[in-house]
Design a protein around this ligand. Structure first.
Ligand code: AMP
Length: 282
């Protein structure tokens, strides 16, 4: 396994691999690898002859009062995990390598970046789409892998790749969860014991939404109301948003019908967690 920090080196290596007729899979990450990341890597390993992962805590997707500085970083541990999974190349550039002096260009996906996390984290998706565009241009993978955990991100990236005519297949893989339903996230380690016990409230409220759907309740207002009630009852939790939106356009839906996304963000203490459930209803 090679660890590369320079864009020129990563680009040249990817080019040689393509010229040798081999398929390239790319798994973009911010490091601190967990089973969610590893599930993407395993799929890439199955599909592609060469697997790149990127490890880069991207400063442009964090707001000024967010956790850029405290975000967990442990490249040595990530290297061990990646090597075990058969990753071929880790691309781990520095912030200065990706955004050198004079850097001025950003990529924005309109509309889809506005609701949900876009509302609570202004500029977040502009940063995400910019870094993913840069990674796609440097590595030019055949397939790139993303998690359903960040459902809005996956929809936005698909849109960007399509709109900018990138010949890259975007694969989105299911959410990996703890036994109690909590979606794996690098941010879970910010939680203290009591907060960790409270954190499955996101998953529980999604399960309650699913149960309501099964009992034929389709009115979004009622489902959202019930989810919000559950979250309010959890003392350590504070709601950011709960929404039922179209699974493609992310527009609000009055009724849960067709392709819908139930999405929520909740503060557990000082940690903001997100989760979602995508359903195809009749
Ligand atoms: P991150 O390092 O948080 O930027 O995540 C890198 C990729 O892993 C993104 O495509 C995420 O959606 C995906 N991911 C993160 N957590 C999970 C999870 N629990 N299950 C599946 N994929 C995940």
């Amino acid at each position: 396994m090679r660890v590369i920090e320079k864009i020129s080196e990563a680009g040249a290596l990817a080019q040689r691999i393509r010229e040798a007729g081999k398929t390239i899979g790319l798994v973009p990450t911010m490091g601190d690898l967990h089973q969610g990341h590893l599930s993407l890597i395993r799929q890439a390993r199955k599909d592609c002859q060469q697997v790149f992962i990127s490890i880069f805590v991207n400063p442009t997707q964090f707001g000024p009062s967010e956790d850029y500085n405290s975000y967990p970083r442990d490249l040595q541990r990530d290297k061990r995990l990646a090597e075990k999974e058969g990753v071929d190349i880790i691309f781990a550039p520095s912030p200065g390598e990706m955004y050198p002096e004079g850097y001025r260009t950003f990529v924005e996906v309109e509309k889809l970046s506005e609701p949900l996390c876009g509302g609570s984290r202004p500029g977040h998706f502009r940063g995400v789409v910019t870094i993913v565009t840069k990674l796609f241009n440097i590595i030019r993978p055949h397939i790139a892998y993303f998690g359903q955990k960040d459902a809005q991100q996956a929809i936005i990236i698909k849109r960007m790749a399509h709109d900018l005519n990138m010949d890259i297949e975007i694969k989105v893989l299911p959410i990996v969860r703890e036994r109690d339903g909590l979606a794996l996230s690098s941010r879970n380690q910010y939680l203290n014991e009591a907060e960790r016990r409270a954190a499955p409230i996101l998953y529980k409220s999604l399960q309650e939404a699913k149960r309501m759907i099964e009992t034929e309740e389709r009115r979004s207002r009622n489902i959202i109301h019930r989810m919000e009630e559950m979250i309010k009852r959890e003392k350590l939790a504070k709601m950011d948003y709960v929404a039922i939106v179209d699974g493609e356009t992310l527009e609000e839906r009055e009724r849960a019908e067709g392709k819908v996304l139930f999405a929520l963000a909740v503060w557990i203490g000082r940690t903001r967690l997100i989760d979602n459930l995508a359903l195809e209803l009749d």
